[in-house]
Design a protein around this ligand. Structure first.
Ligand SMILES: [Zn+2]
Length: 159
């Protein structure tokens, strides 16, 4: 049985099974670096955030539209905001416990943890939006139509 040889997606014999160019670790690290710097995931030059919690409509350099579907596009960023905040909380709490054991200041840890859980999601809100956008760009690479300022037809995104 040689069903792969007749498949339209089969690679010619002798070619290596290299990963797709936009799903490489290098691309993931580049997108992460741009997200940490709050830069456009497409070009890495202009800032995504307009002010605290608001996002530019398009990149000033490459004109990539940041809200890739509807007005509620960044709702998914709240999920990443919670994930990032909880991860940081666990790391800081665990590190504090290990470093101060057995003389743990439980009162400071209790109040510090509560304060951290309130402040961290607010502080990381812009980062979570850019992380969400970068993961979306990693999963669904930017199409040339998304960088066309005159294009207002978003039905091609399938959402
Ligand atoms: Zn850009």
């Amino acid at each position: 049985m040689n069903s792969l040889a007749s498949s339209p997606r089969a690679k010619p014999s002798g070619s290596s099974s290299a990963p797709e160019p936009d799903r490489t670790l290098t691309n993931a690290l580049r997108l992460l670096w741009r997200a940490v710097r709050l830069r456009c995931p497409n070009c890495g030059k202009s800032r995504v955030a307009k002010s605290w919690g608001t996002v530019h409509t398009r990149c000033a350099t490459c004109h990539f539209r940041f809200e890739r579907s509807s007005d509620s596009y960044f709702t998914g960023a709240m999920f990443f905001n919670l994930i990032i905040a909880e991860f940081l909380f666990a790391v800081i709490m665990g590190t504090t416990l290990v470093l101060s054991w057995p003389d743990v200041n439980w009162d400071a840890l209790t109040y510090g943890a509560a304060l951290g859980m309130l402040v961290t999601p607010i502080a990381l809100y812009p980062v979570s939006k850019v992380v969400y956008l970068s993961i979306d760009v990693f999963m669904r690479p930017v199409r040339p139509e998304e960088c066309d300022p005159s294009n207002t037809n978003w039905t091609w995104l399938g959402v």
